[in-house]
Design a protein around this ligand. Sequence first.
Ligand code: AMP
Length: 417
Amino acid sequence: MIQLIRGFKDILPGEVELWQFIEKQTTSLFEDFGFKDIRIPIVERTELFSRSIGEETDIVEKEMYTFPDRKGDLITLRPEATASIVRSYIQHRLYAADPVQKLYTIGPMFRRERPQKGRYRQFYQIDAEVFGVSSPLMDAQIMFMLMTLFTRLSVTDCTAKINSLGCPDCRPAFTAGLSQLLSEKAGALCEDCTRRSARNPLRVLDCKVPACKAAMADAPSILDYLCPDCRSHFDSVMRHLTLLGVSFELDKRLVRGLDYYTRTAFEIQTTLLGAQSAIAGGGRYDGLVKALGGPDIPAIGFAIGVDRLAEIAARSHPDLSRKPKLFIAALGETSQTLAFEWVSKLASAGIHAEMDMAGRSLKSQMKQADRLGAEHVLIAGDTELEKGQVLLRDMVTKEQVPVPVNDLVEAMRSRFA
Ligand code: AMP
């Protein structure tokens, strides 16, 4: 038998209802905040990701699914959504009508990471991006929106960590100080960090290897290096988060893996998932639209890991699978034809009804109704049908009442709709 590829997974009925619920809650909430759905391709030119995510990142260095297509062009399965949304914003000149665009998308991403619990090679993200707003009010508002979604999904055991990464004016002074420290600690760092030290020193700050953590314990805080504009931006974000009742912690080591982030960076962490504690991350990337060939337009966004979110949400939503309202138990050919007609018409009228098409005994049909979790069973036996009626049985109270067969579909519809 052919098995699925390591790091990939199926989302089966029973589990998928929770995913649908998460998607519905997301769509409805995000649209109330003025976001619009955007659908972007799964595959893009490799260059889009190497330029926007940065050559010196784990994603681009070792995790992308990249292959030549039949003409030899290098293409990549998207490892995240931001780059594609920015490309789309620039390509279709969405800024021409209005630079302010609030966009979201939900879908699969691909990274060739080492698979483990909470970490897959195909995983799903809910991604939201806002273009054209530089105000710190937007930083606070999207974090509020994110936390509101988690609350709606009863995912409350999580902490928002925030930091500021400064801007191209103030970050270099910090990076220079950090590089100095890194050269002093050179022998103590892991292989990846030794390589990163020269070209992406910020990344060393969030390395999870204990030796690197120890070496970085007394690293300076970037918050001490912020220029007045970045400082007042960050203070304003924190003030407005407090105003909206969003609690957060400062985390000077939070840097995010991607090169294009400026100013606000945040991550939502939970203690419920073991090692893979991040359920969402985001921040400002004021320089990316320009870097990818568009106008100089600021932007901010975030991505939520749906696999991890669903795993936590499952604890408070054990069973969301839909049960039929009605099972129609038929006995004999006439009654089966009637059941067939009723079930089909009920479904098309928005009432989920089921029947047995194999002509089984009443006993086994009742068992089937039970297994499906039907709330009611309509028993269409010959004796009742001769009287022009069927029996409606409540599967919880076991009460049975006769119902006329005339206008049965309409009667059931008004009862159950
Ligand atoms: P990132 O795009 O790396 O900032 O990731 C945003 C969120 O996506 C993370 O907080 C995780 O919840 C989720 N995520 C990232 N990589 C994976 C993965 N390999 N498997 C499952 N979820 C992931």
